[in-house]
Design a protein around this ligand. Structure first.
Ligand code: ATP
Ligand code: MG
Length: 456
């Protein structure tokens, strides 16, 4: 991460800007130029940077204004402000606003390089520290279950406490909140981990089939029962049985399940021979069991049998602190799976994702990111790679930037569309946009878009 250190250079004087960018590139650093505070801010919204090096005195959006916006958008980015010699008060103001450092003009390039090295070192330490913290946390983490919100820490703590026991666990939560994941976590953290975890979806089959699925049947027990078959209870012997969608279990089967829970004994369909099993029960549902009790659709005695320990998974919108972790996790996962290099999200995309409500919870987030990874043509996921159903992040209105932002947003989108239509051939894309190829190349670079070579 820290190796690919990206610097945004904002200066309205062309010679100064080119001098600095040229110098940085010669040092093997990645420098992106911007010719005004407005343009700098727009580019910053679209791409990730580690350092912003900005002139203080610029016509509309000053270095100080830019500094404030950058700090608001991404506090992890460092900012160095360049001020005119003798203007010590503007340097002080910059530091007060959170600038990492300042430089006076005319620039001393050695000093510039030295300060950049200091910033890099600080970033390196910061990321190392973060990795260390994560490693430390992971010792308390349950395999595969991510979350650093208070609610999820409570969930994982409960998982750790119930796993070693024989207690029946009822896992509840909206669709896509991770109920099955938690059932797996409990089983694999339990002494039964060496034996199978068997899942039955109680909502998927009609009553008679479900009964034979659970308890097995003898040959000829019913039409179609050509051979004797073991049920899920037998298959889960010494392991755990995960009864998913338990709220949808038909009433007659609820009675039979209750008996197994009480006596650890049952018969195959078409047999009167009792079979004993050693099974731990985990159950899950997204349904309102208390409501089903009232209407008589769920047995009260079974409810109490199952409800020994309840784990409630809160909806994702009620634990937004977990979003950044999950977003980065899924991004990495699907980038690897699709053999793509993806560095992150644009600020717009990140903000839209952080604000969305996720009626489908973690599964929905997972799908959104998988889709974006597959669709994106860049190394960053942009707003346009997300489904339209996700509302736009509201613009924080900075002075004098709205028109530029709007124009540049449209420009970026039109370029991407033209490139998509031309199959990546730049000559044709430029033609259809009515601009020169050279202008197109400039804009591709400006917006961090990747155009395939035209071959010309
Ligand atoms: N805390 C988490 N950390 C990492 N991945 C998670 C987390 N919670 C859920 N997921 C992932 O989200 C997806 C949905 O989770 P899961 O299938 O367990 O949800 P569910 O509650 O059983 O949903 P449903 O009610 O629709 O069956 C899975 O791919 C799972 O791995
Ligand atoms: Mg599930």
């Amino acid at each position: 991460m820290a190796d690919d250190f990206r610097i945004l250079v904002v200066d309205d004087e062309p010679t100064q800007r080119e001098l600095v960018c040229g110098f940085l590139r010669k040092q093997g650093l990645e420098a992106t130029p911007a010719e005004s505070g407005e343009q700098g801010l727009e580019i910053f919204r679209q791409q990730p940077f580690d350092l912003v090096l900005t002139d203080q005195k610029m016509p509309k959006l000053s270095g100080l204004d830019l500094l404030k916006s950058v700090r608001a958008i991404n506090p992890e980015t460092s900012v160095i402000v360049m001020t005119a010699y003798g203007k010590i008060e503007s340097a002080v103001a910059a530091i007060k606003e959170g600038a990492t450092d300042y430089l006076t003009k005319p620039l001393n390039l050695d000093e510039l390089l030295h300060k950049i090295e200091q910033v890099r070192e600080r970033h390196r330490l910061y990321f190392e520290n973060r990795e260390l913290r994560e490693a430390l946390q992971s010792r308390h983490r349950i395999e595969g279950v991510l979350g650093e919100s208070g609610q999820m820490l409570e969930v994982t703590s409960l998982v750790r406490r119930v796993a070693p026991s024989e207690a029946t666990v009822l896992i509840r939560g909206e669709s896509g909140t991770g109920k099955e994941l938690i059932a797996k976590a409990i089983h694999y953290a339990s002494p039964r981990a060496g034996a199978p975890l068997i899942r039955v979806n109680c909502a998927a089959l009609p009553e008679t089939l479900l009964e034979s699925e659970l308890f097995g049947h003898e040959k000829g027990a019913f039409t179609g029962a050509a051979a004797r078959r073991k049920g899920r209870f037998e298959l889960a012997d010494r392991g755990s049985l995960f009864l998913d969608e338990i709220g949808d279990l038909p009433l007659p089967l609820q009675a039979k399940l209750l008996r197994v829970l009480q006596e650890r004994e049952f018969e195959r369909v078409g047999s009167s021979l009792p079979i004993r099993v050693d099974v731990r029960i985990l159950a899950a549902t997204h349904r309102d069991l208390e409501g089903l009790l009232k209407t008589g659709q769920f047995r009260e005695d079974l409810y109490y049998r199952l409800n020994v320990v309840t784990i409630l998974l809160p909806p994702l919108r009620e634990r937004r602190q977990d979003l950044p972790l999950l977003m980065d996790h899924f991004l990495k996962l699907f980038a690897e799976k699709n053999h793509k290099t993806i560095r992150g999200f644009t600020q717009d995309a990140r903000q839209a994702l952080l604000r969305y409500d996720y009626p489908g919870n973690v599964r929905e987030l997972e799908n959104i990111i998988e889709r974006a990874v597959v669709l994106t043509r860049d190394e960053v996921i942009g707003r346009e790679d997300l489904p339209l159903s996700i509302p736009e992040a509201e613009e924080e209105k900075g002075e004098g930037i709205t028109l530029t932002a709007a124009t540049e947003g449209t420009e970026r989108r039109m370029i991407r569309e033209a490139l998509a239509r031309s199959g990546g051939v730049q000559t044709r894309a430029a033609e259809s946009l009515g601009i020169s190829e050279r202008a197109l190349r400039y804009k591709l670079k400006k917006y961090g878009l990747r155009g395939e070579d035209s071959g010309s």
